[in-house]
Design a protein around this ligand. Sequence first.
Ligand SMILES: NC(=O)c1ccc[n+]([C@@H]2O[C@H](COP(=O)([O-])OP(=O)(O)OC[C@H]3O[C@@H](n4cnc5c(N)ncnc54)[C@H](OP(=O)(O)O)[C@@H]3O)[C@@H](O)[C@H]2O)c1
Length: 289
Amino acid sequence: MKKILLLGADGQLGTDIKRFTSSAEIEIIASTRADFDADFDSVDEKLSMYKDCDYIINCIAYHKVDQCEDNREKSFAINANFVLQLSLFATQNNITFIHISTDYVFDGMKNKLHKEVDEPNALNVYGESKFVGEQYVKAYTRKHFVLRVSSLFGSKKSDNPNINFVEKMIHAAKAGQNLKVIDNQIISPTHTKDVALAIKEIIVTNYNNYGTYHCCNSGTCSWFQFVKKIFALTNLDTDLTPVSYVSFHTHAKRPQYCAMDNSKLAKFYKMKNWEDALEEYLELKGYRA
Ligand SMILES: NC(=O)c1ccc[n+]([C@@H]2O[C@H](COP(=O)([O-])OP(=O)(O)OC[C@H]3O[C@@H](n4cnc5c(N)ncnc54)[C@H](OP(=O)(O)O)[C@@H]3O)[C@@H](O)[C@H]2O)c1
């Protein structure tokens, strides 16, 4: 039996990690903000009873990208310094650390699929702070996996229609809204179930080729192509206009090309194509019944 401490267990990704990795061989200790608040609690004090864990999975992040711009200190506290504390705790207790990072560590200028060897150059405070978090993990925990994920959609139950992009678009279409969607920002949409299954594979096989991996669904699309596929699969119809990235003014700059190459991960776990992953998500959520 492997014992896993899951931090951020009530988030989108955390919810699917709980759901899809628990098994007879894997015991998940699901920690939420109520158990452990990274803003206030000390890692050593709160986590001292989990020294016998085999893995820590960290899904906690401050990732409201526009807010991060004005809250640099908080961004670095949660996305970097807290991660350093976890790294040290993991090393001291011989625990393997699985840390979740982001495609936003890149500036998108490559205009081609990003590989793990490509040099990060974040455009915003969120990406900068996540990259520093990654560096701490690499520097302080030999037994680590940094999994960069991107544009997540996961089936956590929520009344919030903005919980992820898929829900937001379905909600808008059902409300009969006309939509303008960016057609020149390229992404790798990713189902949290598939990230959870990749993590499960690491754990059940004792995979020990430690390092950084791009853990996204295969293939790329623009946000506009993504919405078209969502509507095609759900038989929704609404007035949809493609617009350019430059016509959307956001407080934080975002990379225009965010898609990642997952072939390094594919050596031990093959991620689905994003279209198949989307279809599975829509079925799980009952949109294709
Ligand atoms: N969502 C995306 O599209 C996306 C894209 C690229 C990378 N990522 C990365 O993927 C990971 C998971 O993202 P997600 O979409 O699952 O995020 P999420 O749904 O917001 O989950 C994050 C969880 O962490 C908890 N949390 C945040 N701050 C905390 C704190 N100070 N103390 C304790 N708990 C705290 C949140 O609790 P509360 O609900 O109470 O705040 C939430 O349950 C993050 O590392 C993120 O950077 C996400």
